[in-house]
Design a binder for this molecule. Structure first.
Ligand code: SF4
Length: 261
């Protein structure tokens, strides 16, 4: 007899995938929830997932790669992952998921919203896994997602107070202001991120375009510009944006469906 089709929903620790889990809980009772743990997650994420497990009444399966980030960093010759070379998602998120599914047929529920349907995510392309997008199909937008979270009592993860995306503490998709916030909220993790940069090839860091975590400068340089960056953010918030700090205009609409939903 054929194995039944599996129904899976990947949680990133972010608001959209969490809202989708809430939305689907009673619609697909056999749903398997999973979280790809990179080993570099924020403590806030683990706390949030623990609360979600209580709400769902089910364990969220933790998937980890066989090898750590540090191992893969060596394999990639010390080149930090970046939007252009996103090896971290491949080895720490996609491959553990594909191993867990094996050859089983699976329907993967993805939390892309109707108001961002044109965005592209980075997902598995395995033929036995079919992705579905319930929020897009049912026309649910950001406001609906926020309602789902509020009505469940879970609310948003606490890191949304200072960071706009889920994912690794050293995620290169962070905006410069978010790096500053990381240095204030989790100084130990910020130090770790600096440590990774300090291992970069010396000649490379001395070049004009070094592969640092944040575009165009090291974290130490970024921290030295803390007040400048904060001033820029305040201007943005007060809608008086003048293009005075071009290098800070680092809003990156690219994202990763495995990490940032
Ligand atoms: S959260 Fe960022 S650093 Fe972590 S795996 Fe995803 S893209 Fe890579």
């Amino acid at each position: 007899m054929d194995k039944p089709v599996r129904h899976i929903l990947g949680l990133s620790g972010g608001k959209d995938s969490t809202a989708l889990a809430i939305y689907m809980r009673d619609r697909v009772p056999e749903m398997e929830y999973f979280f790809c743990d990179t080993g570099a997650e924020l403590p806030d994420t683990y706390e949030y997932l623990a609360k979600l497990e209580v709400y769902l009444g089910k364990k969220i399966v933790r998937l980890s790669a066989d090898r750590t980030f540090d191992h893969w960093l060596k394999v990639y010759r010390g080149t930090l992952p970046s939007p252009q070379m996103r090896w971290c998602t491949k080895v720490l998120k996609i491959e553990p998921l594909e191993k867990w599914i094996g050859n089983d047929k699976a329907v993967s529920y993805v939390g892309l919203r109707a108001d961002e349907a044109s965005r592209k995510g980075y997902m598995s392309t395995k033929k036995n896994m079919m992705s579905v997008f319930p929020f897009i199909d049912d026309g649910l937008e950001l406001r609906d997602i926020e309602d789902l979270l509020a009505e469940s009592g879970l609310g948003k993860p606490s890191y949304y107070e200072w960071r706009s995306r889920s994912g690794c503490y050293f995620c290169f998709y962070q905006r410069k202001q978010e790096w500053i916030s990381l240095s204030e909220k989790h100084p130990d993790l910020f130090k770790n991120a600096i440590h990774y940069e300090s291992k970069l090839d010396h000649k490379e860091t001395a070049s004009k375009n070094p592969y640092t975590w944040s575009h165009g400068e090291s974290l130490t340089e970024l921290l030295n510009r803390k007040h400048e960056i904060k001033r820029y953010e305040e201007k943005k918030e007060s809608h008086l944006l003048v293009d005075i700090l071009e290098a800070d205009n680092d809003d990156n609409e690219d994202f990763c469906a495995a990490c940032h939903l």
